[in-house]
Write a protein that binds this ligand. Sequence first.
Ligand code: PGA
Length: 254
Amino acid sequence: MEIIVCDSPHDVAVQAADILQGYANDGGVLGVATGSTPLLTYQELIRRHKAGEVSFAGCTMFALDEYVGLPIEHEQSYYRVIHDEFSDHVDIDPADVHIPNGLADDVPAACAEYEQAIVDAGGIDVQLLGIGTNGHVGFNEPASSLSSLTRMKTLHPQTVADNARFFNSLDEVPIHVVTQGLGTIQRAGQLVLIATGEHKAHAVSQLVEGPLSAACPASVLQIHPHATVIVDEAAASRLNNVDYYKFIQQNKPQ
Ligand code: PGA
């Protein structure tokens, strides 16, 4: 894994945008994430798009996850979040923005269709990821199968509590979700995981320096051939080898 430690959340967003920009300008298949952390990256990409530096024409987007049972018009549906915070502000064809269907009558069939749509698009070239305080990626909670595909999951109470800030009350947070699996995520060409803040430091230390384990679903990045972890100093604060990761970045082979 490549570990990039940045001075600030803004610098994390710039580094992530640098990577995504390259794929976007090639008309690539982009895996997009929700949550607070990616918002600065999207704002940076929107800024660059308006400045004529990056185009998403010809790109395809696949979101990681969606709540089950939340109408897509709800402002916290990930359909709305991806459109409102990112895709509606750039030049991607809306028909090429795919979000898992959390309202299907037959959710397992919709999950299988989502997997097939990713395959039909040629696979995801680059997948942007956040990380939960409990080490989840997408909505793959601890004990998720490391080879899982898109499916329905039940959220951990910690995740429900973490996400309650987006809703009026804890009771409004759906507890069922549809998420790309850890196997789906591992099929992407490059993984870019971003994390900022001291509250992510434990999860980041488990991801980078803990064992490969379903107890920390994000640890699957350890067995991906092209995984990039971009963190700020606060999120890196519990890494034992942080000086080494910085040394590597300062001494990249030409
Ligand atoms: P956050 O969520 O970016 O809102 O912290 C990350 C996640 O739960 O994957």
